[in-house]
Design a protein around this ligand. Structure first.
Ligand SMILES: O=c1[nH]c(=O)c2[nH]c(=O)[nH]c2[nH]1
Length: 296
């Protein structure tokens, strides 16, 4: 009986690349999840551990970032550029499959006007409600989760302590991205729920957009504070906001500069910033939060 290698392919899966066009004050961004698979003669790698034909998946990932430096365009055009490059790279590579998921971002409206550098992602957002009746009391928590927002500028992070384990560089300009999970408690049980929800959601979005952020913690507090200022019927707001890190891709090894154009979007680990913003003249109602974990 002869044993042989059957169909095979390999590549780098899920390269999360974000490309920002800052050529004008009105930034645009492309947010992609790119996966490559190469086909060809890779038999020796499988049967003998001979890597002479193996275009490293790390190289494939780097190629995605380097190609994004020239502008991404449509997902189809970007995928074609990459696939043709890989398929033509070496005689033994006969084909390349590039799969691209493109995440759409809408400009956040501030006062009805589309913001120049703050965005929210399409889809994924869920509206939530938890009601607890406790004797004669009724408590209503409204909320939302997974409201993904991003701003391409207007965010800094510096002034933090440095110890022997600190490597993070201070920055005066970074991408700030998070997926907001918020719950807020009403101090009344007979509101126009839909209208109030809309006001809170709009306030969260607008405040994220217009707050010049020195830390995600500051943005979180500003968002909660704005909700309480605008909505007298909200007693407290609890927010949970992952800091979805976008780090500038280092393209110097490929002879390319990167003036804030190409980022890798890391999905983990992430900072997790959580906090409650409340009125000090409204009595707490912990029973309203019982069984609703995930907030401090
Ligand atoms: O806004 C931030 N808050 C932090 O606490 C933190 N920590 C970190 O590494 N980056 C950031 N960014």
């Amino acid at each position: 009986m002869a044993i042989r290698l059957g169909p095979n392919q390999y590549g780098k899966a899920e390269v999360r690349v974000v490309a920002v066009d800052r050529s004008g004050p009105r930034h645009t961004l492309v947010d992609l999840n790119v996966s490559s698979s190469l086909r060809g003669d890779f038999t020796a790698a499988h049967t003998a551990g001979d890597n002479a034909h193996v275009l490293a998946t790390d190289t494939q990932k780097n190629t995605v970032f380097a190609f994004a430096r020239d502008g991404v365009g449509s997902p189809e055009a970007f995928a074609l550029r990459l696939a043709r490059h890989f398929a033509g790279a070496y005689p033994w590579i006969c084909g390349a499959r590039i799969a691209v998921d493109s995440f759409g971002w809408q400009r956040i409206a501030v006062g009805g006007q589309p913001h120049e550098h703050a965005f929210r992602r399409d889809g994924g957002e869920v509206r939530t409600a938890v009601v607890t009746v406790d004797g004669a009391d009724a408590h209503v928590l409204a909320g939302l989760r997974d409201l993904a927002v991003l701003k391409t500028t207007g965010s800094e992070f510096w002034g933090f302590p440095r110890d022997r384990y600190t490597t993070l560089a201070e920055t005066r300009d970074r991408i700030l991205a998070t997926a907001v999970t918020a719950r807020w408690r009403y101090s009344a049980a007979d509101l126009d729920w839909d209208a109030t929800f809309d006001v809170v959601r709009t306030t969260l979005l607008e405040t994220f957009a217009v707050t010049h952020s020195l830390a995600l913690q500051q943005t979180l507090y500003a968002m909660g504070e704005a909700v309480l200022e605008r909505c007298p019927d909200v007693a407290e707001v609890r927010l949970s906001m992952p800091n979805k890190h976008h780090n500038l891709a280092d393209l110097s090894a490929f002879g390319l500069d990167n003036p804030g154009v190409v980022y890798h979007a890391d999905d983990r680990p992430y900072g997790l910033i959580e906090g409650t913003v409340l009125r000090d003249d409204v009595p707490p109602a912990e029973v309203a939060w019982l069984g609703t974990p995930g907030f401090c």
